[in-house]
Design a binder for this molecule. Structure first.
Ligand code: AMP
Ligand code: ZN
Length: 113
C-alpha cells in the first residue's frame, strides 16, 4: 500500500525498533510510548483496521494473537499487559494499517476510555 507508514516499516524502508519478526507479522516499539513497554504488532499485509477483518483474512489475525504472548515475553513484560486496537475516528486511530498495541511494564489505568 503506497504511502502507508506501517507498510513501509514492514518492508524495512522506514526503520523500527524490532521486537519480533517473521514472514507474516512484525512487532516493534512504539515511537511515542504510553507505558514502560509499548509495542505494536502488525500484519505485514495491509489491512486498514479491525473493521476490515473478514473470513478471508481472519487467520492472519488469529496468527497475530497466537504470537502476542511471545512478543510480550520478548519485550520484557512479566506481570500482565493490555492489548488495544483503535479503529476509526472516534477511537483516535491515527495510522490506517491494522495494529495491536501491547502495553505493560507497570500497573495501567483501570479505565480504558
Ligand atoms: P493509533 O493512534 O492507534 O493509530 O496508533 C498509532 C501508533 O503508531 C501511535 O501510538 C504512534 O506513536 C505510533 N507510531 C507512529 N509512527 C511510528 C513509527 N514510525 N514507529 C513506531 N511507532 C509509530
Ligand atoms: Zn499499510
Amino acid at each position: 500500500m503506497e504511502n502507508c507508514i506501517f507498510c513501509k516499516i514492514a518492508a524495512g524502508i522506514i526503520p523500527s525498533s524490532k521486537v519480533y519478526e517473521d514472514e507474516k507479522i512484525l512487532a516493534f516499539r512504539d515511537i511515542n510510548p504510553q507505558a514502560p513497554v509499548h509495542v505494536l504488532v502488525i500484519p505485514k499485509k495491509h489491512i486498514a483496521s479491525v473493521d476490515k477483518i473478514t473470513a478471508e483474512n481472519s487467520s492472519l489475525i488469529a496468527y497475530i494473537f497466537e504470537n502476542i504472548p511471545n512478543v510480550a515475553k520478548i519485550a520484557g513484560i512479566t506481570n500482565g499487559y493490555r492489548v488495544i486496537s483503535n479503529c476509526g475516528p472516534d477511537a483516535c486511530q491515527t495510522v490506517p494499517h491494522l495494529h495491536f498495541h501491547i502495553l505493560g511494564g507497570a500497573p495501567l489505568a483501570e479505565k480504558m476510555a
